[in-house]
Design a protein. Structure first.
Length: 156
């Protein structure tokens, strides 16, 4: 079953109000590319950073100790505006689908105080046993925490 959104592509970024959690990330000199803006691959690092920061902040990820771990199985990104160093991005996070062993996140990347996201991506974790790497049911404490950021995504 695909976790890809059936929504049409947006022409503009979404507003901050569409994301219930934010995490600030300072850009680095090395994030810029030869074209003078944040390189596309850096956005995927932003996605990973906000998801894991949220998991740690909510006590549902203990690095090296968790019996079930989330493996990234799918990501994508749409770009609406360029960002550049120096600056701070605000990474907005929401969960849009929680399955038996997976969660589909959407992330908005906002430049400084911009009202609309410069990029929007999705990020899918499948929970697996840390040793066997076979899918396992999502831990109950994680499922409960995810309910706090579960939203119906806006229609484009």
């Amino acid at each position: 079953m695909s976790t890809r959104s059936n929504r049409p592509h947006a022409k503009n970024g979404e507003p901050r109000a569409a994301f219930p959690y934010f995490y600030p990330i300072t850009t680095r000199w090395a994030d810029n590319d030869a074209y003078g803006h944040i390189n596309n691959v850096v956005y995927y690092s932003f996605f990973d950073t906000v998801v894991n920061a949220w998991l740690i902040a909510h006590g549902v990820l203990e690095i090296g100790k968790s019996g079930a771990i989330g493996l990234v199985v799918e990501t994508s990104c749409q770009y609406f505006a360029s960002l550049e160093y120096p600056g701070t991005v605000q990474a907005g996070l929401r969960a849009v689908r929680i399955g038996g062993s997976s969660v589909h996140y959407e992330i908005g990347i906002f430049g400084n105080d911009a009202p609309l996201c410069a990029a929007r991506g999705h990020f899918v974790h499948v929970y697996v046993d840390a040793v066997t790497r076979r899918p396992v049911p999502m831990p109950a404490n994680l499922r409960a925490a995810l309910q706090t950021i579960l939203v119906e995504p806006p229609k484009d």
